[in-house]
Design a protein around this ligand. Structure first.
Ligand SMILES: Cc1cc2nc3c(=O)[nH]c(=O)nc-3n(C[C@H](O)[C@H](O)[C@H](O)COP(=O)(O)O)c2cc1C
Length: 341
């Protein structure tokens, strides 16, 4: 099983990449946060570019583009290929209205002729092995995937990651595992399942349900970065391992501030720690959210995580941030069943 860290704007950045490296829990590949591609803006965002130019992990990284103007996408794809990337990934999933109203991101799923021509142009512009796609399953109805899949197939990307929800479903619904099963059967390239992997059991559920070539993990890996190690057969983390995560991330996020501003750093850390809080006593989240200094942020980290007790492997099912993990497990064939054909 290939494992990937899902691209996440303002989250899966160079600090996160360096943190995973320090903790020794690396995926098989990274995808950058997206680069916005527009006709008039030629420069690739330097902060995102640093994930590529300063990636010292040895793990391949793909540069992700979001856009709808085909000449600009081709221009930026070719520009990215001048950097040490494994390839270029097209974002066909971002649901933000500012992106979709210009038919970019998941907006490409609203007008399938645009999806067709965009995929065709990027396929022609990129060498074999260097074009990947990350795609939702439709704009508002999962049944749309029936029309989307042949278009994806026609343009033969080198890898396809499917976030198994429609644009309308956002991030907090059960995933449609049958769409990935269909894609695995019909695509010639490796298909990667994405959505709601938060522990070893949910990863195994995807495997039994759809037999994908790999898993792409987003929020589950922000909550518990040791998941990559865990899925390669290692033990689940203790709370103290999670403290090491919080402290490493604290240092790595600080490194990226020029100039350093403590309050901005604290706010940035909270974006990660809200995920870590899922499954910890409420006191952790309350105090962490109110923190305004380094000391008040790190004290609840030490108070709750400086112990050898296991960190709860599964986030609570009522979690606001990572919901419906149990639904994924329940939808898969029971353990011991062979992966579906
Ligand atoms: C905060 C946040 C930022 C995201 N940014 C991106 C992005 O830049 N590009 C992209 O393709 N997907 C983006 N996504 C979607 C994730 O890559 C992933 O498809 C989604 O979170 C589902 O996977 P998960 O259940 O493992 O989190 C983002 C998701 C979140 C929560």
């Amino acid at each position: 099983m290939l494992l990937a860290l899902a691209p996440m704007q303002d989250v899966s950045d160079l600090a996160m990449i360096r943190t995973l490296h320090r903790l020794g829990t690396l995926p098989d590949y990274f995808i950058t946060e997206y680069f916005r591609t527009t006709p008039h803006h030629r420069k690739l965002a330097p902060s995102t570019l640093s994930s590529i130019t300063e990636n010292e992990t040895g793990v391949p990284i793909y540069g992700q583009l979001v856009g709808s103007d085909i000449p600009a996408l081709v221009r930026d794809a070719q520009a990215l290929m001048q950097y040490p990337v494994a390839g270029v990934d097209l974002n066909v999933g971002c649901p933000a209205p500012i992106v979709t109203r210009k038919y970019a991101g998941a907006g490409l799923l609203r007008v399938l002729s645009r999806l067709d021509s965009t995929l065709g142009a990027l396929r022609d512009a990129l060498p074999a092995g260097a074009f990947t796609v990350k795609c939702r399953i439709g704009w508002e109805d999962p049944a749309e995937f029936e029309q989307i899949l042949p278009i994806l197939r026609k343009h033969a990307p080198d890898r396809l990651a499917i976030h198994a929800r429609t644009m309308a479903e956002g991030y907090r619904t059960p995933v449609h595992i049958e769409t990935v099963r269909r894609a695995v059967a019909e695509m010639e390239c490796p298909v990667i399942a994405n959505g709601n992997v938060a522990d070893a059991e949910s990863a195994a559920a995807w495997q039994r349900a759809a037999n994908p070539a790999g898993l792409m993990i987003g929020r589950g890996a922000v909550r518990n970065p040791y998941l990559f190690r865990r899925l390669r057969g290692e033990a689940a983390p203790t709370c103290r391992d999670m403290m090491a995560y919080a402290l490493a991330l604290f240092e790595e996020t600080a490194r990226l501030f020029t100039p350093y501003k403590e309050i901005d750093h604290i706010h940035r850390m909270k974006k990660f720690l809200v995920y870590v809080a899922e499954g910890l006593p409420d006191d952790f989240g309350h105090r962490m959210r109110r923190a305004t200094t380094k000391e008040t942020l790190l004290q609840p980290v030490r108070d709750h995580l400086d112990t050898d007790t296991p960190y709860p492997e599964t986030p609570p099912e009522h979690s606001r941030l990572i919901a419906h993990v149990a639904a994924l497990k329940a939808a898969a064939p029971p353990p011991g069943t062979a992966p579906s054909p």
